[in-house]
Design a protein around this ligand. Structure first.
Ligand code: ZN
Length: 600
């Protein structure tokens, strides 16, 4: 018997309610305090999960106790002798990977949404019982989790355990009728569980994932840091996202991103899915075990500030796609296309001129996770620019060491010194270890890359690997870059919009573009362009027929006021990037390229 026991019941799927019972056998004699976390590790936003508790009560040996509310997520029980029991219901109707969800088709929870933290007993092991559902519609359900099992039936209902609270909330649980398959990577079993209607070729997904996972395992070590790994994939019509855990990941994927049995090529959508899997899997080392000191331990009640998210998310974003080419799942040409798209995404955001990478990391809690219509003009992403900074760091270390050392060595040292030991990474250590590996002080490199808004020296560094970087104008709103242009560039408006109710709603106006100079604003509803009813195709056609210096007349509603804007169109900015291997690359450049992408 564990000193803390949780029981989860699925009695009310139609109401989207999980019923939880928590037994504390040795409550704090001074009055037990309990709380739910304010955020979930991996997603840096205060979410106040306790707001989803719709009812809560306490009792001791059958006698009801009054609960004192301490704040928005904490309660205190009066002192009691004997076992303290809490009963509460949690509303679970969020399709994202961060909270919980329950209906007759799918059940899912993160521990941060369901398990009250017993203050003072965080280091104690706890037991979890997931009760067999009584509802006949749930009879075929199975339970999927990496939480250590104590005793469960064939479907997975029964008893589990966690060694401490940190572990308890890091093994999410998914339930339902899933399509599953298992593969081995470096001798370790991996399970993929697809929830939701799909037409996916699961054996093909497993075949690709096995290569990617094995590549990441051998990148860090001789063996995986887990005994079993689980990919929980929620398949939906729309959606994208993932959250990393110590031995599993929870992903949301668009149905069309998964390959069907009749496809053999790697579609752009499937490449995105594999990149997401690769990203979350790399986190098994980078952020789940190699952790910032600021997260060691996590303070789950408040924001945990670190300037290192560029390393934990940016380096992970660099190695996610690199892992695809290094494992042979995509070609070098396909990788260069992905890299060109990443460079394009960063170049199009004017916020890169306002915010540097350490600021971006620090303000994740507000500026990155609470983006508004001006975000692209005000902030830079520690994911995308962090990935490009990682690429620059990789190529810079290779340059200083004649291609003998690289960012790979930095990651392996971080793994040995911090991942395997559990010692948090101090704020300055990634830079120190990189300088150590490079054999020179990289202080100037980091000052320019992390602490300034200077453009990254991508073109110069990629040249060492025989790769040329080209800039061109965007061809349309849908042009993500990564490939040469198909047509001649025209003019640029500098706004993003979507069709809504027969008009165009402006979502973003980019700093210092024709749209902004001409007075267009985010939120405006364009009803006519050059006197014609505003449709996406009409605006595109009007812009195509224009030259720089021409005027576009827009009728727009701002609130209930009709404005007439004369917008003088400008030359398009060259912010779309594509990369190409040089035809006449030297042997040395070719060696760099092969060593970087691990091609043989
Ligand atoms: Zn990530």
């Amino acid at each position: 018997m564990y000193s803390i026991e949780y029981e989860v019941s699925l009695a009310k799927p139609a109401a989207h309610l999980f019923h939880v019972r928590c037994l504390i056998h040795k409550p704090d004699p001074g009055g037990q305090v309990l709380s739910l976390p304010a955020w979930i590790p991996g997603s840096y936003l205060i979410r106040d999960f306790a707001k989803n508790i719709v009812s809560i009560s306490a009792s001791c040996d059958g006698e009801s106790l009054p609960l004192q509310r301490l704040d928005k997520e904490s309660w205190q029980c009066p002192p009691c002798k004997g076992t303290l029991q809490l009963q509460y219901e949690v509303y679970a109707w969020d399709p994202s990977v961060r909270t919980a969800q329950l209906d007759h088709e799918y059940g899912f929870f993160n521990g941060t949404s369901l398990f009250l933290r017993v203050h003072g007993q965080e280091a104690e092991p706890s037991g979890l019982t997931i009760q067999v559902p009584a509802d006949p519609l749930l009879q075929a359900w199975q339970v999927f989790t990496t939480m250590p099992v104590v005793k469960a039936d064939k479907q997975g209902f029964g008893q589990y355990m966690a060694n401490d609270y940190d572990e308890l909330i890091d093994h999410p649980v998914a339930m339902g009728e899933a399509s599953t398959a298992t593969f081995e990577a470096a001798g370790v079993p991996h399970t993929v569980a697809l929830f939701g209607q799909h037409r996916a070729d699961l054996p093909r997904i497993c075949n690709d994932l096995s290569k990617i996972c094995e590549q990441h395992i051998y990148f860090f070590d001789e063996q995986a840091p887990v005994e079993h790994y689980l990919f929980i994939v929620r398949v939906l019509g729309e959606g994208y996202g993932g959250l990393e855990h110590r031995a599993s990941t929870v992903l949301v994927s668009k149905r069309d991103c998964l390959p069907s049995v009749n496809e053999s090529e790697i579609s752009d959508d499937y490449r995105i899915f594999l990149g997401l899997c690769s990203h979350e899997y790399f986190h098994t080392w980078n952020v789940k075990r190699i952790k910032p000191a600021a997260f060691t331990p996590y303070d789950l009640q408040t924001e945990n500030y670190t300037e290192l998210l560029w390393a934990f998310e940016g380096i992970t974003s660099y190695y996610d796609d690199l892992g695809l080419v290094r494992s042979g799942v995509i070609t070098a040409e396909s990788y260069l296309e992905l890299l060109g798209q990443m460079i394009t995404r960063v170049a199009r955001g004017k916020g890169r001129l306002q915010q540097n990478l350490v600021e971006s990391s620090f303000y994740a809690w507000t500026k990155f996770y609470q983006q508004d219509e001006n975000a692209a003009n005000a902030i830079v992403s520690y994911y995308t620019k962090g990935a490009l900074a990682s690429l620059c760091l990789d190529l810079t270390i290779r340059r200083h060491t004649q291609n003998k050392k690289s960012l790979d060595d930095v990651m392996q040292l971080l793994w040995q010194r911090h991942g395997q030991t559990g010692v948090g990474v101090p704020e300055e250590s990634v830079e120190a270890i990189a300088s150590e590996v490079a054999g020179v002080d990289l202080g100037d490199f980091f000052a320019a890359t992390l602490r300034s808004t200077a453009e990254l020296p991508l073109s110069e560094l990629l040249n060492h690997a025989g790769v040329d970087l080209y800039w061109r104008a965007a061809e349309s709103q849908k042009d993500n870059g990564g490939k040469p242009a198909k047509q001649k560039p025209g003019v640029e408006l500098g706004a993003q919009y979507t069709e809504v109710n027969g008009a165009l709603k402006v979502q973003v106006v980019t700093t210092d573009t024709a749209a902004q100079r001409g007075g267009l604003s985010a939120g405006d509803i364009i009803v006519a362009c050059n006197g014609l009813k505003a449709k996406s195709s009409t605006l595109t056609a009007e812009l195509k027929s224009c030259q720089p210096g021409d005027t576009l007349k827009l009728h727009v509603f701002r609130g209930d006021r009709l404005l007439v804007l004369d917008i003088e169109l400008l030359e398009p900015e060259l912010t779309t990037c594509f990369l190409q291997q040089q035809k006449g690359a030297t042997t040395e450049q070719q060696e760099w390229f092969n060593n970087w992408l691990k091609l043989n």
